[in-house]
Design a protein around this ligand. Structure first.
Ligand code: PEP
Ligand code: MN
Length: 371
């Protein structure tokens, strides 16, 4: 059972205490408060966990400060979409609203290599007005002999350069909980000029200790990439782990699933799952066409396959795109063959805008035809 408190409640502590006292009268029921930042309001929910089946809803509806009480049948009690709870899709971080209202493109290097390449990429983002980017400092590689990323050493100069170009969010994969402290230290060393989203890579989608550590901090939001070889439900439960530890600020990213049925693409593109994730959860949905498709080749119509996959995700309702770029793909130390050139960025943004326009129009026309 979820008890939603009135937004921006003055005496929230007293309201929570009253609910906890009422819950304590029922053996086997535990009350756990959770805080959320909506687009305009601060929300608190108190979740009743355990033997709640026989609990009457009215008992809690009448308590001071309670907006509504919801019986949850969904397994995803924190990330799940529950009837009539509005305002809760997404969050704002460092001035960027990650929700369903607009599409954000996170364009950047798969792996940080040189200060010049990083700087060139951020400059290209700044030129087209993008404040969101990706940069890999810790790379989980299939072979131990492949480039493993520059690690903590590169963080101060990466963040300094990001700040200089007005980048607000750098999505950065972490492979170990200790890297959260390294990122904090790197930001501090650079004077906190930018923000970081902790990226959970597909290979760590069920690294539960990492998920818990990421959930136990709220400074950095999370870009969670679905597990490449597990069900969608298992990936959503992984996000529930992060949220249940206290961090609900998660973007769910589809990046294709491992199957030779996707050949010759790197993965089988799974962007048909965008509406499912949106229906089941209140997480904004991102798509990663680069790691899905895995190569820069053009279709007979002239558009690269990576563009086509991007369009499929956006038309399905995704509101973020994570995409690999490199100023010199032939020199990239990781995933060069799938990288776009910084000079492609204006074209990609125009394409994204066209596809989002088509999505908005389709949604509008469908609603009108049913009215
Ligand atoms: C990445 O985005 O750099 C990456 C390694 O992706 P994935 O975890 O989806 O393979
Ligand atoms: Mn990569």
């Amino acid at each position: 059972m979820i008890i939603v408190l009135q937004p921006d409640l003055q005496d929230e502590g007293a309201a929570i205490a009253t609910i906890e006292t009422a819950a304590a009268r029922h053996p086997g029921v535990e009350a756990k408060p959770y805080q959320f930042e909506g687009a305009r309001h601060h929300f608190t929910e108190v979740h009743l966990i355990g033997q709640t089946t026989g609990l009457p809803v009215e008992l809690f509806e009448e308590l001071p400060g309670v907006l509504r009480v919801i019986r949850v049948s969904s397994r995803y009690r924190l990330i799940g979409r529950h009837e009539a709870v509005e305002e809760k899709v997404g969050f704002t971080y460092n001035g960027v609203a990650l929700d369903n209202h607009q599409v954000h493109v996170f364009a950047g290097l798969c792996a940080v290599d040189t200060p010049e390449h990083v700087d060139e990429m951020f400059a290209a983002c700044a030129q087209v007005g993008i404040k969101t980017t990706r940069m890999g400092a810790y790379k989980p590689r299939t072979s131990p002999y492949d480039f493993q990323g520059l690690g903590a050493d590169c963080l101060p100069w990466v963040f300094e350069s990001a700040g200089r170009h007005g980048i607000a969010i750098v999505s950065m994969e972490i492979t170990d909980a200790r890297q959260i402290d390294e990122i904090e230290a790197g930001l501090r060393a650079a004077g906190d000029p930018t923000g970081v989203m902790l990226q959970v890579g597909t290979r760590n989608a069920q690294n539960f200790e990492l998920l818990k550590a990421i959930g136990q901090q709220r400074r950095f939001p999370v870009l969670f990439k679905r597990g490449m070889g597990i069900t969608l439900e298992e990936s959503l439960n992984a996000c529930e782990y992060i949220a249940s530890e206290g961090n609900p600020n998660i973007v769910f990213c589809l990046r294709g699933v491992k199957s030779h049925l996707g050949d010759p693409h790197r993965n089988l593109v799974d962007f048909a799952h965008v509406p499912i994730v949106r229906r089941l959860t209140r997480l904004p949905v991102c798509i990663d066409p680069s790691h899905s498709v895995g190569c820069m080749v053009d279709a007979p119509d002239g558009l690269p396959d990576i563009y086509h996959a991007t369009g499929q995700g956006i038309v399905a309702g995704a509101s973020a795109v994570l995409v690999d770029f490199h100023p010199h793909p032939e020199k990239a130390l990781c995933d060069g063959p799938q990288a776009l050139l910084p000079s492609d960025l204006p074209r990609l943004l125009a394409y994204v805008a066209t596809m989002r326009g088509a999505y908005d129009q389709a949604v509008r026309e469908h609603a009108e035809s049913r009215a």
